[in-house]
Design a protein around this ligand. Structure first.
Ligand code: HEM
Length: 227
């Protein structure tokens, strides 16, 4: 009975939107903590490497070495998978509901925003895979040393095309957070027309902060501030 309820919830449009919103909140939490953690690179190599090691040892006395990190990773992987699944299903559903794509005229703004969300989402997903190969697994890094996170980061950002790709990705991430944050408020019913403008401004400020917070690290390496 309960299984059936879960199934019909995930099949409904609102169910999928709620899945997108909840997994989006988990993603936002990770992004916020990751952006803040990256800024510790400005304190210096020992501090930054120790911070990264601490993350691996998080909860070790209770869960064992790196196990808490793995629990968080699994939650994050499940969230990304559900977010992509719900987005794809909603897109297919919307297309089916509009047999003649041009018969219904939506406003240009809504059209651009949803296209940007879809294609931006695809680029962000590709970026995450590239980013893991770059800094976590090291298989596309020119001089990867396991555990030497500061070294890996500095070497990685000495290559201009790489910095450009990171800057494009974090800018698209900002736009994704801006529009996604606002739609999430709508789905979760937090948004009343009275606060619409304030929520939009808040979402824009948060998105801009995240983009700048991420972008400052590759730029600092490129311009020799972090070396
Ligand atoms: C300029 C921006 C960024 C920098 C400098 C950066 C840096 C790093 C570094 C150095 C690591 C490896 C950490 C370690 O091994 O201890 C890492 C891991 C990771 N980053 Fe980023 N990152 C950036 C942006 C992003 C963005 C925008 C996302 C997601 C949208 C992201 C998602 C991840 C993920 C999922 C991991 C793997 C975490 C794990 O499970 O170990 N990063 N990042």
């Amino acid at each position: 009975m309960q299984n059936l309820q879960v199934l019909s919830f995930s099949r409904s449009t609102i169910g999928k939107k709620v899945i997108m919103a909840v997994t989006g909140v988990i993603g936002i939490g990770f992004i916020l903590v990751h952006m803040y953690g990256n800024l510790k690179v400005f304190i210096g190599p020992e501090y930054f490497n120790a911070y990264s090691e601490e993350l691996r040892e998080l909860g070790a006395p209770i869960f064992g070495h790196a196990h808490a990190l793995w629990i968080m990773r699994l939650i994050l992987i499940a969230s990304v998978a559900l977010h992509v699944w719900a987005a794809t299903a909603l897109t297919i559903q919307a297309r089916k509901a509009r047999p003649d794509q041009y018969a219904v005229k939506r406003t240009l703004e809504a059209n651009y925003a949803s296209k940007l969300m879809r294609w931006g989402g695809v680029v962000i997903f590709v970026f995450i895979l590239y980013h893991l190969m770059h800094f976590t697994w090291g298989n596309i890094h020119p001089d990867f040393i396991p555990g030497e996170v500061y070294h890996n980061l500095v070497v990685g950002f000495q290559f201009l095309p790489n910095v450009i790709f990171y800057l494009i990705a974090v800018s698209l991430l900002g736009l994704h957070l801006y529009h996604g944050g606002w739609s999430m408020m709508q789905t979760l019913g937090i948004l009343s027309p009275r606060y619409d403008q304030a929520v939009r401004r808040g979402a824009a400020a948060f998105a801009l902060l995240m983009t700048l917070g991420f972008a400052v690290v590759p730029l600092a390496v490129l311009f020799g501030v972090v070396k």
